[in-house]
Design a protein around this ligand. Structure first.
Ligand code: AMP
Length: 127
């Protein structure tokens, strides 16, 4: 069951609008817990976003407030999407930005899946 949205959740954020079908996306996968679609500005040959259907601002909100079934369903979907994209053999990076220090742009929890080439070091130093 999806719990009530955090008061900090902005219902007009772009991913909420995609979930409501108000704007299009290049869909990869969907189920009862998650929607996956191609990032509009890909940073690797494979760059897909996976978002939960529930209204969660970020990883912090999701991990604290989502139900066990939502969390399990979401992360099962992330793994399934990676296998659908066939990036699990050569490897991929899963990344979630939370808040200001991580430059989170869209305030609806999402996981980036990057793959299709060697991805280099884990975190670039600020320059
Ligand atoms: P983050 O900095 O983790 O919040 O990343 C947000 C990501 O959403 C960025 O990689 C954007 O390119 C991507 N993005 C923004 N708008 C759209 C959209 N309409 N469809 C697909 N990806 C989007």
């Amino acid at each position: 069951m999806t719990s009530a949205a955090s008061p900090d959740y902005d219902e007009s954020n772009i991913f909420a609008r995609i979930l409501r079908g108000e704007i299009p996306c290049k869909k990869v996968y969907e189920d009862g817990h998650a929607l996956a679609f191609h990032d509009i500005q890909p940073q690797a040959p494979v760059h897909v976003l996976v978002i939960p259907r529930g209204a969660y601002v970020s990883m912090d909100d999701f991990s604290a407030n989502a139900g066990d079934d939502e969390i399990a369903g979401f992360f099962r979907a992330v793994g399934k999407v990676a296998r659908m994209l066939e990036i699990e053999t050569d490897g991929y990076r899963m990344l979630a930005n939370h808040g200001r220090n991580a430059n989170q742009e869209v305030p609806h929890f999402h996981v980036h899946l990057f793959g299709g080439r060697p991805l280099g070091g884990m975190v670039r130093q600020p320059g």
